[in-house]
Design a binder for this molecule. Structure first.
Ligand SMILES: Nc1ncnc2c1ncn2[C@@H]1O[C@H](COP(=O)(O)OP(=O)(O)OP(=O)(O)O)[C@@H](O)[C@H]1O
Ligand SMILES: [Mg+2]
Length: 239
């Protein structure tokens, strides 16, 4: 414990010739939640893609658990404990809840550990346990979100990259999901990078707020400061 699980230094990335991220620095200490905040098009999703290996950075460094991740294939990142839950969730509609969850543990050799991780997810998300034989496309938006998160968790990640997990969820479910993340960080040392449009609920649970604008990090500050300092909030968050 202690120290940073993830750091990025002078990271740049984009799509083809179009640069999106410029000179991004960030540090996420082990066992903490960092909320990435910013307007539409600020580059939040692009940042997560670069960190999870889906998008190759054009410059800079990403260090995870003391190791430079440059050029590491996505598969290996997953084995090392990096889980990415993309925007839009990626639940497979034609598979059952149980089958979707098992996909999250597919790469694990230790069958017994995978089975117990699966049990834990069913305990965390009661509705998934009740619907384990339902197909993905039969689930509500909230249940699909639980399934996407649950699938990431059965792989027992050390770093969870979450892109807008609260999109389309009822406020009560958002609050439950945030509380669950907090609990996992505090109890198991999980580290989370959370992209959220819902700034208030993200800052309520996060340790750190990282504000992005036009592909750059314009502010990284303790979440408590962003919550309590009205001037800072006006300047960077517009409320
Ligand atoms: N596949 C792509 N090809 C080309 N440009 C893209 C692609 N995806 C995103 N962009 C551009 O990159 C910039 C950043 O987009 P990104 O999706 O990272 O922003 P975001 O902060 O996640 O926005 P939102 O809040 O709407 O999800 C935008 O200008 C967008 O148009
Ligand atoms: Mg996005």
């Amino acid at each position: 414990m202690g120290g940073d699980l993830l750091t990025a230094e002078a990271l740049a990335a984009g799509y083809g010739p179009v640069p999106v991220l410029h000179n991004v620095d960030l540090r996420v200490p082990t066992g903490t939640i960092a909320a990435v905040i910013g307007a539409n098009g600020a580059g939040k999703t692009t940042l997560l893609r670069a960190l999870s290996g889906m998008l190759r950075p054009t410059a800079g460094r990403i260090v995870f658990d003391g190791r430079d991740l440059r050029g590491t294939p996505v598969e290996q990142l997953v084995r090392r404990g990096v889980a990415h839950v993309p925007e839009g969730r990626g639940v497979i509609g034609e598979l059952t809840v149980a089958e979707n969850l098992r996909l999250g543990a597919l790469w694990r050799r230790d069958r017994a550990a995978a089975a117990s991780a699966l049990d834990e997810v069913y305990q965390l998300f009661e509705p998934l346990a009740r619907r384990r034989r339902h197909l993905g496309h039969q689930l509500s938006g909230g249940e699909r979100q639980m399934l996407a998160l649950g699938r990431a968790l059965v792989g027992r990640p050390r770093l969870l990259l979450l892109d807008e997990p609260s999109l389309g969820l009822a406020p009560r479910v958002v609050a439950q999901t945030m509380a669950l993340l907090r609990q996992l960080c505090d109890d198991t040392g999980l580290t989370v990078l959370l992209v959220e449009q819902n700034v208030r609920s993200a800052l309520a649970v996060a340790d750190q707020g990282i504000v992005m604008s036009l592909g750059r990090v314009v502010l990284a500050a303790p979440a408590a400061r962003l919550r309590d300092d009205a001037e800072l909030r006006h300047a960077y968050l517009g409320f």
